[in-house]
Design a protein around this ligand. Structure first.
Ligand code: HEC
Ligand SMILES: [Cu+2]
Length: 353
């Protein structure tokens, strides 16, 4: 490695980055992912040249005419230690470097803007808390961390944005998340990178990264008129959830206000954190975790609520007097509440029989 001067290194990596082989580096994580990638690429190329060069060099140098008698060597501790310790060092560097990058990629900043994306054969449906819905497209502001919560409505899909160097599986029945921060305005590819049926190759879309002002203008002009939480509130009423979750101390179901992200004490003595997954499970499979002090009387809503509807409900429960993350939802909700005047959207999200 030390043989490669920084200038040559710079030249080579820049040349590769500008070649059509490489997607643009358009997120904060991209240069870090590429640095590790180039390091691995360099080690591979150098290792390959070294071994190949030695094989050829030794074959010429010790060819039969010059050394008819091969000498048997019974091992050399120095040589063996060298070829063990150098690769060990290189692998450990790759491991530590990779682990640090992994934590960076997997830990979203707490102030990340929230977006939901539902994968289904064969499209991506994006839903912003402010009520903007998009198909095969996702508008985001630059310079701000965005956390995408993914779920699939049917089979496994994979949400991949090469220009941001991020990719995460969209799994049926489970929320997964991925975050990124776009650095350059532009339109980037969104791919499904998990074979998901005959039209898998058509499951593509666009990520439109916009300057914050442009994004705000887009969000204001594209809202459906009601936020996810407002949709959720309507769904909550139309499904009769409020019959048991009235919020009063005598109500049959637990109070859902401020329940989000708190630790719930369960009947069996264990505890669980009421995150998105817990809320989703509680609605689809209420008997799975029963909070202490309540009878297991809640009916299951399995098969009655679409994934979009689930997101609305979860988003509603999240914003029920919760001080956590409410700010972001408010930010986007305010945008839409100015548009709501006179519009009476109907409850969606219920699976029609
Ligand atoms: C028949 C009364 C009843 C209805 C209707 C009902 N629930 Fe429940 N709910 C309960 C009870 C009782 C519990 C606690 C015991 C359990 O989980 O089974 C509960 C638990 C929950 C929890 C977990 C709360 C916690 O603190 O752990 C959530 C979330 C929830 N319900 C949401 C809903 C939603 C959303 C609906 C409508 C789609 C709904 N419930 C309809 C009675 C009801
Ligand atoms: Cu797919």
């Amino acid at each position: 490695m030390s043989h490669i001067s920084p200038v040559l290194w710079e030249f080579l990596t820049n040349w590769l980055k500008n070649s059509p082989l490489f997607p643009p580096e358009a997120s904060t994580i991209a240069p870090y992912a590429d640095a590790l990638y180039f390091f691995l690429l360099a080690i591979t190329v150098i290792g390959c040249l070294l071994v190949g060069g030695l094989v050829i060099g030794f074959s010429v140098r010790y060819r039969k005419e010059r050394s008819p008698e091969a000498t048997q060597i019974e091992g050399s501790t120095l040589l063996e230690a060298t070829w063990t310790l150098i690769p060990l060092g290189l692998f450990l560097v790759a491991f530590v470097w990779g682990a640090l990058l992994y934590f960076r990629i997997y830990n979203p900043p707490p102030n990340a803007m929230q977006v939901y994306v539902v994968g289904k054969q064969w499209m991506w449906k994006a839903e912003h808390p402010g009520g903007q819905h998009e198909i095969d497209a996702l508008h985001i502001p630059t310079g701000r961390p965005v956390q995408v919560t993914l779920i699939s409505q049917d089979v496994f899909h994979s949400f991949s944005i090469p220009a941001f160097r991020v990719k995460r599986e969209a799994i049926p029945g489970r929320y997964t998340t991925v975050w990124f921060q776009a650095t350059k305005p532009g339109t980037y590819h969104l791919f499904c990178t998990q074979y998901c049926g005959t039209q898998h190759s058509g499951m593509i879309g666009q990520i439109i990264a916009m300057k914050p002002d442009d994004y705000r203008a887009w969000a204001a002009s594209s809202t459906s008129g009601s936020s996810l939480a407002q949709n959720g509130e309507r769904l909550f009423a139309s499904l009769g959830c409020n019959a048991c979750h009235t919020g009063s101390p005598t109500s049959r179901g637990p109070n859902l206000a401020q329940v989000y992200n708190t630790r719930i004490r369960l009947q069996d003595g264990s505890t669980a954190v009421a995150d998105e997954a817990y809320l989703r499970e509680s609605i689809l499979n209420p008997s799975m975790h029963i909070p202490a002090g309540y009878a297991p009387i809640m009916p299951t809503y399995q098969g009655q609520i679409s994934e979009d509807g689930m997101i609305d409900l979860v988003e509603y429960i999240k914003t029920l007097h919760s001080n956590n993350r409410i700010q972001q939802t408010l930010n986007t909700t305010q945008l839409s509440s100015t548009q709501t005047n006179g519009v009476t959207p109907t409850a969606s999200g219920v699976v029609k029989p």
